[in-house]
Design a protein around this ligand. Structure first.
Ligand code: ADP
Ligand code: GLC
Length: 472
């Protein structure tokens, strides 16, 4: 049984800013259920409680910078998977995960370099893996260090690395001059390693130096090899295409299931949809929309408000969307420009648009359950998770045909549009409104979506096969 050590910057139930955390909370558990021996390393951020965690390594010293950094390692079990928490207060005990809400922390390269060293220390002293499975740039230095400084270290002889790209849009880019501070050798600051247009890229280093690469949907694995969605790394990804595989994310149905969800007003299932109406009534009251909307089509959005998510299209089509018989509820936070977009819409049409700015997990569940349709007009989407949740909650997804959205929604279960334009979005929404007016057709689509099974089981099996393939 190969031993797998994963490294990532967030995981449910410990810390979450986006879908990476959902994946990191569920994939290891699904692998464990298949009998894999898997552990996970995370930073311990402020507010992450240590109830029940054991301190398993005292005073790890990472010799970077003038004085070095100290970290204690704690271990706690989540659903039978050991999670190792790297506790280094100087780096992680602060308000915010990646930044203060306005800007990224300027010392992120130090934070995630120390994290990478701590991952390697966990591997050396506590949980020695055959495969390091690293996720996104924050874990990118792990494969880089294994292939450079630690090359030939007998502790890691034969260990293989898999790097999963959850989002190619985030590079972990830092000044080349700063890399000496984290002990990176000049030879790594080369175009065949970490150098990217005059900067150092943690992501590029990982893409160059991992034994295998994966993305979180098959279509995204193809898209990132094109200049359009390759973020300047498409050439490298084409070069590495033989070791690049797309594995679609799954869903944790123990958290996202209308039959058991404690966060919604009433439970329901495909056999009895009554509760969905109650959930809609409750959602309308929660976001301050009029009760008469109960019999009208209600569309939902839950998202990080960033350029990737396609809200330019909502801006472009908003007037025309709201001249249709459509109600809208949006939850999210991020870029002030998009927060303003939604706040302005709600101010102009309080009878039609309910908006909540912020991060709110219970409200996210209420929106999944209470809406009729769910909008994801993403410019690009490595996988996307809300369309899966929507399908299970009988909330019909209207999505742009990109990445994992295209891989998981079809004509039987939702509405897709291809062109990145407000007109195309509007066309798909109008298609959905037409279907909504035809109750039997709508119900048939709801039931088709609810019957889909995107549980982690199948994806975990693909990762298992990939680990074995890597180990030959
Ligand atoms: P991404 O990781 O790019 O943000 P995903 O669709 O993969 O996109 O995952 C987003 C996850 O974060 C989902 O579980 C979604 O419900 C959640 N989420 C996003 N924004 C919010 C928010 N404002 N409040 C609560 N949950 C949110
Ligand atoms: C990223 C992507 C999203 C994906 C998630 C989990 O944040 O933006 O599409 O679902 O990672 O893999």
């Amino acid at each position: 049984m190969p031993r797998i050590l994963m490294a990532a910057s967030e995981a449910v139930p410990f810390v979450k800013t986006g879908g990476l955390a959902d994946v990191m909370g569920a994939l290891p558990v699904a692998l464990r259920a298949r009998g894999e021996d898997v552990g996970v390393v995370l930073p311990r951020y402020r507010g992450m409680r240590l109830n029940g965690a054991r301190r398993v390594f005292d005073g790890l010293k990472v010799w970077l910078g003038a004085d070095g950094f100290r970290a204690d390692i704690y271990c706690t079990e989540h659903e039978n998977v050991p999670f190792f928490l790297v506790d280094s207060p100087a780096l992680f005990d602060r308000e915010g995960i990646y930044g203060d809400g306005k800007e990224d922390f300027p010392d992120n390269y130090v934070r995630y370099a120390v994290f990478a060293h701590a991952v390697l220390a966990v591997a050396r002293h506590l949980f020695r893996p055959q495969v390091f499975h690293c996720h996104d740039w924050q874990a990118g230095l792990v494969p880089v260090l294994l292939k450079s400084t630690l090359w030939g270290d007998p502790t890691f002889a034969g260990a293989r690395t898999l790097f999963t790209i959850h989002n190619l849009g985030y590079h972990g880019l830092f000044p080349l001059a700063a890399m000496a501070e984290i002990g990176l050798d000049d030879s790594l600051l080369h175009p065949d390693a970490m150098e990217f247009y005059g900067k150092a890229s943690f992501l590029k280093g990982a893409l160059e130096m991992s034994d295998a690469l994966s993305t979180v949907s098959p279509r995204y694995a193809r898209e990132i090899q094109t200049p359009e969605l390759g973020f300047g790394l498409d050439g490298l990804l084409r070069k590495r295409a033989d070791v690049l595989k797309g594995i679609l994310n799954g869903v944790d149905y123990s958290t996202w299931n209308p039959e058991t969800d404690p966060l919604i007003a009433a439970r329901y299932s495909d056999a009895n949809l009554e509760g969905k109406r109650e959930a809609k009534r409750d959602l309308l009251a929660t976001v301050g929309l009029p009760e008469q909307a109960l019999n009208k089509p209600l569309a939902g959005i839950v998202s990080r408000f960033v350029g990737q998510k396609g809200f330019d299209l909502i801006a472009d089509a908003a007037d025309r969307l709201l001249s249709e018989d459509l109600y809208l509820v949006a939850l999210g936070s991020g870029n002030p420009q998009y927060e303003k977009l939604f706040l302005d819409l709600a101010a102009a049409r309080p009878d039609r648009v309910g908006v909540h700015i912020g991060y709110n997990d219970p409200l996210a569940h209420k929106i999944e359950a209470g809406c009729d349709m769910f909008l994801m007009p993403s410019r690009y989407e490595p996988c996307g998770l809300n369309q899966f949740y929507s399908l299970r909650y009988g909330t019909i997804p209207v999505v742009r045909a990109t990445g994992g959205l295209d891989d998981s929604v079809d004509e039987e279960t939702g509405f897709k549009f291809a062109e990145y334009s407000g007109d195309a979005l509007l066309g798909a929404v109008r298609g959905a409104l037409e279907a909504y007016a035809d109750r039997p057709r709508w119900k048939k689509m709801m039931l088709a979506g609810m019957a889909k099974d995107f549980s982690w089981h199948a994806s975990a099996a693909e990762y298992s096969a990939l680990y074995r393939h890597l180990l030959g």
